[in-house]
Ligand binder design. Structure first.
Ligand code: FAD
Length: 182
């Protein structure tokens, strides 16, 4: 029987994985000063690696994110826990984008935070589509509600799960009876 050995990939493999990742990755010191940024970071933010190294990550802040968000972020990080959230970021060309960001503390051998690992992606388009679906849902609901005909949606048990204003008015006229239920 062959003995199974765990093989650790060489360091260059880790480096290539980070370099080729489609997620924007940055590594900072304890003060959020950028030490490294991968090519995806450059694509998302518009900043070249040499422009951001030595800068604080706040270079990406649009300054419209409420300070409480940052306070909670740092509180979580100082507890040596990972933080995730959505921030309003600003690219080099000053255009805004929504960044879905995760920051993970990197611990040294004595358990102290030595670095932070930041991973983010631009979710502006996903957010816009979600908002569009939500707006359409609200528009359909208000049209159904304002319709001059009685509309009710029943589940398989014959219970009314959605109804419009006309249905509710009819139900009131019938002294609380459910018009759609036999
Ligand atoms: P700050 O001067 O940073 O102050 C905001 C609050 O954070 C204050 O309560 C302050 O006391 C506290 N704080 C700041 N630095 C520290 C620290 N080193 N230790 C403890 N508490 C601290 N911000 C973005 O807007 N967009 C990003 O994409 C982004 N990515 C980040 C990635 C990483 C890996 C890290 C570590 C941080 C990232 N940040 C990001 C946070 C950023 O460093 C700033 O804290 C943030 O942008 C607010 O900047 P500010 O100058 O307005 O306020």
């Amino acid at each position: 029987m062959s003995e199974e050995k765990s093989v650790t990939p060489p360091l260059e493999v880790f480096h290539e994985v980070v370099e080729q990742s489609s997620v924007a990755i940055s590594i900072t010191d304890q003060n959020a000063r950028i030490l490294y940024a991968n090519p995806a970071f450059n694509r998302v933010t518009g900043y070249e690696q040499e422009e951001v190294v030595g800068q604080n990550e706040s270079i990406l802040s649009d300054k419209s994110t409420p300070p409480l968000v940052y306070k909670n972020m740092w509180q979580t990080l100082l507890e040596k826990k990972a933080w995730s959230g959505v921030l309003v970021n600003r690219r080099k060309d000053t255009s805004r984008y929504l960044a879905e960001l995760t920051i993970a503390p990197v611990l040294d051998s004595s358990g102290g935070v030595s670095h932070y690992l930041g991973m983010h992606r631009d979710v502006t388009e996903v957010h816009r589509l979600e908002q569009e679906v939500l707006n359409q849902k609200e528009m359909i609901e208000s049209l159904v509600d304002a319709a001059p005909v009685v509309i009710a949606l029943l589940n398989l048990e014959g219970e009314v799960v959605r109804s419009n204003q006309a249905y509710q008015n009819l139900s009131e006229d019938m002294e609380g009876a459910a018009p759609a239920v036999e």
